[in-house]
Design a protein around this ligand. Structure first.
Ligand SMILES: C[S@@+](CC[C@H](N)C(=O)[O-])C[C@H]1O[C@@H](n2cnc3c(N)ncnc32)[C@H](O)[C@@H]1O
Length: 269
């Protein structure tokens, strides 16, 4: 089953505004690859969305192709300024438009949990050349906040937010996307593979942007569709509790948002 999401342009725009670009993770992927291959012709970023991760691959490969099932996302990717070696294709993750053994790196950034995971792993294996690499990364929903000496209090409030959204997570994803990625790693038949836990990426953002990030979660979208008033009440309530704990009045007050990434890397024999 391939799941479609982020079809709406507004949602795509919101996601683009708040997404954390994982450039440090790209360096880690490249270090892994460089010790295993000297082929850097073609990288394919599957479920590329607005292409924020895709363009980070451009300096390392002769050609980079971002693929996505959502036309709205690809439209956003195409209007961004793209390096000349980056292009985009509209296709499902499970049917990639590449010849067998043609691709040096397949990535999926915060996307593979939505794919038909077994079909995608088979398809990635088909398109990868021997020695080519597969890199899947994502982050946990429980982003943390840091602000002066009230970080613990803020995180208790954030936990309330995440707990309220938990019942609205898509059943295809369940309560833990980390577990999905662990299961995918286990299903990957390659011997040369590694799991990397909890890589913390910090960004300083206005509190309103943190709230905006959580509002782009598919669980929040689902709540908003079901009960718009409750979705608004919940995010207003959390915003006010956070502001009160911070002893601040403006939602534009800056906080440090910590996103906890995990990723796995594997090399095709
Ligand atoms: C959370 S977004 C991540 C986008 C981008 N990789 C990033 O890190 O900003 C997930 C993306 O996966 C895409 N997607 C979901 N299911 C897909 C499928 N079966 N085939 C291809 N793309 C898919 C969605 O359209 C969306 O753009």
């Amino acid at each position: 089953m391939a799941v479609k999401l982020f079809e709406g342009k507004d949602h795509a725009a919101a996601y683009l505004q708040y997404r954390v670009a994982p450039d440090e993770l790209i360096s880690r992927i490249m270090s892994f690859m460089e010790t295993r291959t000297n082929h850097f012709k073609l990288a394919v970023d599957v479920g590329c969305g607005s292409g924020q991760g895709t363009i980070l691959l451009a300096p390392h490969f002769a050609k980079v192709v971002g693929t996505d099932i959502s036309k709205a996302q690809l439209e956003m990717a195409q209007v961004n300024s793209n390096p000349p070696n980056v292009s985009y294709r509209h296709c499902p993750a499970e049917e990639l438009p590449f010849a067998s053994g043609e691709v040096d790196l397949v990535t999926a950034m915060t996307a593979a949990h939505w794919f038909d995971r077994q079909k995608f792993l088979l398809e990635a294996d088909r398109v990868l050349r021997p020695g080519g690499c597969l890199a899947l990364l994502s982050y946990t929903m429980d982003m943390e906040l840091e602000f002066g000496d009230v970080s613990d209090t803020l995180n208790d409030i954030c936990k309330e937010f995440y707990a309220a959204l938990l019942p609205f997570r898509d059943p295809y994803i369940g309560s833990s996307s980390r577990q999905i990625y662990l299961n995918m790693l286990e299903s990957c038949s390659y011997q040369d593979k590694e799991w990397n836990e909890c890589f913390r990426v910090k960004n300083t953002l206005p509190l309103s942007s943190y709230i905006g990030m959580v509002q782009t979660f598919s669980s929040f979208e689902k709540l908003r569709k079901k009960d718009p008033a409750e979705a608004e009440r919940l995010s207003d309530d959390i915003r006010n509790k956070l502001l009160s704990a911070m002893k601040a009045s403006s939602p534009e007050t800056e906080v440090t948002v910590v996103v906890k990434y995990f990723y796995w890397l594997a090399s095709k024999p």
